[in-house]
Design a binder for this molecule. Sequence first.
Ligand code: SF4
Ligand code: SF4
Length: 312
Amino acid sequence: MHKSVLGRTGLCVSELCLGALPMGPLQLGLAPADGARVTARALELGVNFVDTAQGYRTYAHLAPAIRGREVIVATKSAAADYPGMRGAVEEARRQLDREVIDIFHLHAAREGEEVFHKRAGALDCLLEARASGKVRAVGIATHSVAVVRAVAGRADLDVVFPIINTRGLGILHGTRDEMADAIAVAARAGKGVYAMKALGGGNLVSELENSLAYVRQLPGVTAVAVGMVSVDEAEELAAVFAGRPRPARLTGALQGKRLLVAGFCIGCGRCVDECPAGALSLQDGKCRVDPDRCILCAYCAPYCPEFAIRVV
Ligand code: SF4
Ligand code: SF4
């Protein structure tokens, strides 16, 4: 597995990063021990980089597999203010059983440039955590072209974690090519860039090799986070990234997945506002999903007061 240094962080990461979202309760809901098995297999195969989030609730899935190993851990929090982010940093250190978190992002999927103003306290907390040695690098996870452009000009941020894929699924405030340009500019400015949603949250699994190849060749992209929910998936993805023949078709749970809204939806519209991909709308008093736009990120589900949304 190819490894290289992420921007100016000094962190040497594998090109394939294990994305923890799909193994957690927002998607497949693996038991922590099963998630740990998948993680351990990925590490055996040469992956040394894992990406998670406070909101994914997967720290228990990762901790047993990464304990005592040289693994670069990235996490993020949607905390709005300083106290919230302080709690998120301590939670990550405690639950991941790590003194130092390698990369801590503002989790800001659908926010625009105003995020730096709106969540200034949360960002200050991360910068202090870096200064005190609790965090090595500070970044932002974003779907917004405008945010990636802004990161290039900010001295305080080390890393950016943008969405990009062949079809431009989920990209906000610009096109796919504009995101690719923004990524290249950020990387030239010394920012570490690793990419999310190269497979469009599962929508592009049928075009797996082309979809991954597109993101891997983008100037400035050092690594690609891909969700893994089974040992088979870990083995197949590791083979693709190592340039070996794929051992089998992708057997993972993302294949054929879709978002379901139960009939008892009350049409409150809260989920519509939270979707970063513009995939939800209200029609005849019920939530409707556009499957061509949905990237299966599951960010909408926790906002539903009726628990009507599920990725199945
Ligand atoms: S509908 Fe839900 S799962 Fe699909 S892209 Fe929007 S927030 Fe993500
Ligand atoms: S948040 Fe839940 S209840 Fe409200 S519109 Fe969305 S699916 Fe329906």
